[in-house]
Design a protein around this ligand. Structure first.
Ligand SMILES: NC(=O)c1ccc[n+]([C@@H]2O[C@H](COP(=O)([O-])OP(=O)(O)OC[C@H]3O[C@@H](n4cnc5c(N)ncnc54)[C@H](O)[C@@H]3O)[C@@H](O)[C@H]2O)c1
Length: 328
């Protein structure tokens, strides 16, 4: 199958590309490298360094005619969306519409990446199912939810087939220490720099906030299954298990010690800081619907995933750097 992956040089998108190529699919990547990296690119993919909002998208889509678009490219920062909601909407809404409008009529499927963590907000239903009425609390969450509405519109007006994957907090190799959910990458960087980390918390919850951490390779597998299943569905992708920041930090230290054999006792000290604007106390996704629709399960235990992330961070996993750039 020929698949166009937007954001395929980014953290999650590059693992999705790897998974598709490993299964024998033909992959075209579109990425403007605003946060993505060339070293993440799979050499088996054809790469266009292009913005999803640009007119070149029409030319690329007419030339490549993919059967599926997997849309990972986005303005991903919640604080940046608060600072500049116009830019957030420009990338996340105009970019989406450009892709859909330029592929209308022949596309078999559009896989869209949404954010369960963001759109449910401070949900009364915990852990949260897809049936919960979203309460987006940031421009980023609004543009993700709005994109889902657009997909519904195109399905009903033009028969566009789609699957929406609402991610929890994703972690793993290639994550860089910024963005929506970079806490694992931030803590690892602090540990390597011998700096204490800060645990942000709400009053009375000193061990920090609760998040649902899902390993990136499990997420890539969900994207693989979504090629054949989950038509017309909106699906949470996470683990259904909530972990407090303090517990996560301790597990990161444990994984480090078990891999390196070095005691990191002095690193167990952390600072505490008040919750930041826009923080929510807890977020965790029920993934039963994805288990049924995709026959998918998160397979990687948190400690195991943290060890794999450390292996990458400590340089025991070699980076790829050989890729084909397509010319316009
Ligand atoms: N990381 C998480 O925990 C998480 C959680 C929920 C949802 N998501 C979603 O998953 C997707 C991937 O996120 P990520 O964490 O891998 O971030 P990332 O920044 O690593 O990936 C985004 C990619 O999109 C590219 N991009 C950005 N704007 C572009 C544009 N205008 N044109 C072309 N390419 C552009 C970037 O260069 C980058 O390679 C995003 O849609 C994000 O909203 C991520």
């Amino acid at each position: 199958m020929k698949i166009l992956v937007t954001g395929g040089a980014g953290f999650i998108g590059s693992h999705v590309v790897d998974q598709y190529i490993a299964e024998g699919h033909q992959v075209v990547v579109v990425d403007n490298l605003s946060t993505g990296r060339v070293e993440n690119l799979n050499k088996g993919a054809k790469f266009y360094q292009v913005d999803i909002r640009s007119q070149e998208i029409r030319v690329i889509l007419e030339r490549e005619r993919p059967e599926v678009i997997n849309h990972h490219a986005a303005q991903i920062s919640v604080p940046d969306s608060v600072r500049d909601p116009i830019h957030d909407a420009d990338v996340n809404i105009k970019g989406l519409l450009n892709l859909i409008e330029c592929s209308k009529g022949y596309l078999k499927k559009f896989i869209f990446i949404s954010s369960g963590g963001a759109i449910y907000g401070d949900a009364e239903e915990y852990p949260t199912t897809e049936a919960y009425q979203p309460k987006p609390m940031s421009p980023y969450a609004i543009t993700k939810l709005c994109s889902e509405y657009y997909l519904n519109y195109y399905k009903h007006q033009f028969g566009l087939n789609f699957t929406v994957l609402r991610y929890s907090n994703i972690y793993g190799p290639r994550q860089i220490p910024h963005g929506e959910a970079g806490v694992v990458a931030i803590f690892m960087e602090n540990i390597l720099q011998n700096r204490p980390s800060t645990i942000y918390h709400f009053p009375g919850e000193e061990d920090g906030m609760v998040r649902d951490y899902c390993f990136v390779k499990d997420v890539a597998k969900a994207n693989l299954l979504a090629l054949q299943r989950g038509d017309g569905e909106i699906l949470n992708i996470g683990t259904g298990r909530g972990t407090r920041t303090r517990e996560l930090y301790d597990m990161i230290i444990e994984a480090y010690e078990s891999l390196t054999g070095k005691a990191a006792l002095e690193l167990k000290n952390t600072f505490r800081g008040p919750a930041r604007e826009g923080d929510i106390p807890k977020s965790c996704l029920v993934v039963r619907k994805a288990e049924e629709a995709l026959e998918w399960r998160p397979e990687t235990q948190l400690l195991e995933g943290l060890k794999k992330t450390w292996e990458w961070r400590l340089g025991t996993e070699s980076p790829k750097n050989d890729y084909e750039i397509a010319t316009m």
